[in-house]
Design a protein around this ligand. Structure first.
Ligand SMILES: Cc1cc2nc3c(=O)[nH]c(=O)nc-3n(C[C@H](O)[C@H](O)[C@H](O)COP(=O)(O)O)c2cc1C
Length: 373
């Protein structure tokens, strides 16, 4: 199953794992895949701490970093972070803040301790992502950088490629995939509708082969709904250079998700997710709960765009993380439809082994069918 991108990166299996948790990044890379740290929620200083930690825990294995520079967002063009934040804060209607506060209060979720305030502007603007990229490039074991929600700006692409690293981006449509190719990216991640986090409207089995054909010979990593080796084999059979997974890692032993949140994932079926703009302002797949329903109900405020909506919801994200056991009905639980088979806690190594063995079983099954022809 070693594809060309595995050779370039020096990994054993074409299994890419997106996660916000450094322990999972290290565990995946140590198990032969490529752990990719989602950087959007970290300040540049915190990211530096996380990357130092990973460097110390992956031996000589490579890993990746994921950034978020959207193609479209409120305040695009402003490069001064302080000015941008002020401009954005002024744009948030008080009605939205009051509505979010009331939802949490009605569900009995405690306030953050006195003096603590959640960060409202994350790394999802060009201005706030720049320092994350700079810190990333100081770490030689980072061999790949991926961008979500758009084609990264040309200067960022050039900066990363000048260091010899691979740069790619996620897409949910052929149009976006072609834009990535035209910008000179080294690979594309095609994420289908069923995937966790920000996601488009086309299902994986339809999207993957279209993107693979549209950008050939650029390598395409298949994302969205992959939870076992059979699905991995299907993606590889269509011509994917590897699989890019996210949801699977939310509930592994090494993941720092609060136990109550892991339990919500274990309890959910594949029918329990929804694509909602209610946390980040862009369509994102998550568990349906009182929060997502409330923001969709008529008469209530409509979610703002990115990054304004998160300026409203940052406090709720922090509170529902800290008081997870009290907050599940109004918590942000991003995950894909594959949640329906995430029913128990496993170690990262077990999940990787399961993917590899399932892939081998599936290919053997096909080989046997072919023998009978
Ligand atoms: C909790 C969560 C957060 C995510 N955040 C990001 C992100 O910040 N950047 C990104 O490129 N992709 C993000 N994604 C998408 C993943 O990179 C990946 O494409 C997706 O999870 C694949 O579909 P799956 O969840 O069915 O495996 C996120 C996914 C999840 C589940």
């Amino acid at each position: 199953m070693r594809t060309e991108i595995c050779e370039k990166l020096g990994i054993e299996f074409p299994i890419f794992a997106f996660t916000h948790c450094r322990d999972v990044v290290a565990a995946v890379s140590n198990a032969g895949g490529l752990g990719v740290l989602g950087a959007v929620g970290f300040s540049a200083e915190q990211l530096e701490i996380e990357l130092d930690w990973i460097d110390q825990h992956v031996g000589d294995k490579p890993y990746g970093v994921d950034i978020v520079i959207p193609g479209k967002y409120e305040g695009k063009g402003e490069t001064d972070v302080a000015k941008l934040e002020k401009q954005l804060r002024d744009m948030v209607p008080e009605e939205h803040r009051a509505f979010a506060k009331k939802l949490l209060a009605d569900h009995g979720v405690p306030e953050l301790p006195e003096g603590e305030e959640a960060r409202q502007l994350l790394g999802w603007t060009a201005a706030t992502a720049g320092p994350l990229v700079e810190n990333t490039l100081k770490h030689p074991k980072v061999k790949l950088v991926a961008n979500a929600l758009g084609t990264p700006p040309a200067d960022v692409v050039a900066e990363i490629q000048a260091t010899g690293r691979l740069v790619g981006a996620l897409c949910g449509s052929v149009k976006h995939a072609i834009a990535h190719k035209e910008a000179g990216l080294d690979f594309v991640i095609a994420q289908g509708y069923e995937g966790g986090g920000h996601t488009g409207e086309i299902g994986s089995i339809v999207l993957w082969p279209q993107v693979i054909d549209a950008v050939a010979p650029l390598p395409v990593l298949a994302a969205g709904g992959i939870g076992n080796g059979r699905q991995m084999a299907a993606a590889m059979a269509m011509g994917a250079a590897g699989v890019w997974t996210g949801s699977l890692w939310l509930a592994v032993e090494e993941a720092e998700s609060p136990p109550a949140q892991k339990q919500s994932y274990f309890d959910a079926t594949s029918a329990d997710t929804v694509r909602s703009r209610s946390w980040t302002g862009k369509p994102c797949r998550m568990l349906r709960n009182d929060w997502t329903q409330a923001w969709e109900s008529e008469g209530n405020p409509t979610p703002l765009g990115m990054p304004l909506q998160y300026m409203v919801t940052a406090d709720a994200v922090a509170r529902s993380h800290r008081y997870a056991d009290k907050a599940q009905k109004v918590a942000f639980n991003p995950v894909g439809q594959i949640v329906g088979v995430m029913n128990e806690q496993r170690s990262t190594r077990e999940v990787i082994q399961d993917l590899v063995e399932g892939y081998l079983d599936a290919t053997e099954r096909l080989n046997k069918l072919n023998e009978n022809v």
